[in-house]
Write a protein that binds this ligand. Structure first.
Ligand code: SF4
Length: 491
């Protein structure tokens, strides 16, 4: 326990936990810098920043043999928490008198270590110890302090992204003035606030009218429809506001020129394959015998160098995928999810049902991110741009399927989150029932929100942000600013 941790505890329990576990926030957070500069510039004659018991006291002054501890703060806003930080140092050093100084406000708050203050301090210390001794940090709780907190990005980066709403029940989606109302088949009503909404994914049988679509357009919300089996059917995609004619021309130029197209298409395959190999290496480190699959895939990956047309590229990609999927049987620890071969239309076993559903969700997630860029989802490079609705999302999704979708598939099976009872059987197909879909979506949403630290970035980024960044990298390539390199996991 340090004085800073105790002060943090009074503001936010989560912050105290993070600080106590040496998980630091943004060091260049404006307020931290201001606070540090104030402490450095003021009280030049005193002894500053005295290290005691893993903590730092701002100023120690000797006034005619009497020691006084001074804490320097940038404002009186958090003076209560500063008081207990100071009391902590005074108690540790057996000093009876201290001051909180706020140079900017020309304010001095005197603090005394009375019996009553000491009692309160000890109680607080006991509570704080309990919180910081927990294995996991307390959940973030939004408060005004978060705006300026150095952990803001850490706590909220993924939450600040707009939300998705999933509708599994049958019913009716209605517009009520400027909000949406969903009435299910049992007449249960639920309002859907639109302010922080980015997309609605409809899995149930839902009716809606033009007024709903007008509101969705106005608020730039994408509405995506999935059929009974969980397959993507299509999207209502609001008027493109970011699309630029110039970018569409560049996309078309890179599509029509096979030399330019093959460069981008190969990068997508390279990213997908390398991420698949990362998955296999991860499980190899966990005692799974995957060496032969890894070397087989790597040999095939080298063949990409000589490829000069798309059908050949897709053929090699298909062969690599076969080997990769074969390895699922070594990773998955449940006989009911045995992988025989990939079948999509329709999936005839549970593992294929999971892969197909996962792909649907990732295609949609990428489409959603494309909508926030200047790119046109109709022009892809690896997948043919013909009469299909969208192809760029299929291309980019290849890179993220192994790191998002497959990792979630392994998790839900190996941890028993999804079981046999989460599937249904139709004439010739197996598909996830509503409970299975819900569980899978919950896990994939968690995964997309997970943050990772990459070498070239100072801050952690979520997988969802990584998808967006991939699109920006592609934009730069199309504009001739940078050469596109696919995202490959660093672990
Ligand atoms: S951002 Fe908010 S929740 Fe997170 S540590 Fe800071 S104050 Fe606490």
């Amino acid at each position: 326990m340090t004085g800073s941790v105790l002060q943090a505890y009074m503001i936010c329990k989560r912050q105290a936990w993070l600080l106590a576990h040496q998980i630091t926030g943004e060091s260049d957070n404006d307020l931290l810098v201001i606070g540090r500069l104030i402490a450095q510039d003021s009280y030049s004659k005193d002894k500053k920043e005295l290290k005691i018991f893993d903590g730092i006291v701002d100023v120690v002054r000797n006034e005619k043999g009497k020691i006084k501890i001074i804490e320097v703060k940038k404002s009186s806003k958090s003076s209560e928490s500063a008081k207990y930080q100071l009391l902590f140092y005074m108690w540790k050093l057996s000093v009876k008198e201290g001051e909180i100084r706020i140079p900017k406000e020309k304010k001095i708050i005197k603090v005394f270590l009375t019996n009553e203050n000491e009692k309160k301090l000890l109680l607080l210390l006991e509570e704080a110890e309990k919180v910081i001794n927990n294995k996991v940090p307390p959940e973030p709780v939004q408060k005004s302090y978060c705006k300026t907190c150095s952990y803001n990005l850490f706590c909220w980066s993924w939450k600040n992204m707009k939300e998705s709403v999933y509708i599994f029940s049958n019913g009716m989606l209605k517009r009520q003035d400027n909000t949406l109302l969903f009435i299910d088949s049992n007449n249960k009503k639920k309002y859907i606030p639109v302010e922080n909404l980015k997309e609605i994914l409809v899995f149930g049988e839902v009716d809606f009218n033009k007024r709903v679509l007008e509101l969705l357009s106005q608020k730039e919300i994408i509405l995506s429809l999935f059929n009974y089996y969980g397959f993507y059917v299509g999207s209502y995609y609001p008027r493109e506001h970011y699309n630029s004619g110039y970018m569409i021309l560049k996309q078309a130029e890179h599509y029509l020129d096979i030399n330019k197209r093959i460069i981008i298409a190969k990068k997508f395959v390279e990213g997908a394959v390398k991420n698949s190999v990362k998955n296999l290496k991860y499980y190899k480190r966990r005692e799974k015998d995957l060496e032969s699959e890894i070397s087989e895939i790597m040999t095939k990956l080298n063949k990409l160098n000589d490829v000069s047309n798309i059908p050949k590229l897709m053929q090699i990609e298909g062969e690599i995928k076969k080997t990769y999927y074969k390895s699922f049987n070594k990773i998955i620890e449940n006989e009911s999810f045995k992988f025989e071969k990939r079948n999509k239309r329709p999936p005839i076993d549970r593992i294929n049902a999971l892969i197909s559903f996962s792909n649907s969700i990732i295609y949609n997630a990428v489409l959603r991110e494309i909508y926030s860029t200047h790119l046109d989802p109709r022009i892809g490079f690896l997948h043919y741009t013909n009469f299909r609705r969208f192809s760029l999302n299929l291309d980019i999704a290849e890179i993220f399927k192994p790191v998002i979708g497959d990792k979630v598939i392994f998790k839900v099976i190996n941890k028993g989150i999804i079981k046999e009872r989460d599937f249904e059987k139709d004439l010739n197909r197996i598909f996830l029932n509503n409970s299975g879909k819900r569980k899978f979506i919950e896990e994939i949403e968690k995964r997309m929100g997970e943050t990772i630290k990459l070498k070239k970035f100072k801050n952690k980024v979520s997988y969802r942000i990584l998808i967006r960044m991939e699109l920006y990298k592609l934009e730069k390539h199309l504009l001739g600013e940078d050469i596109y390199k696919p995202f490959v996991m660093e672990w």
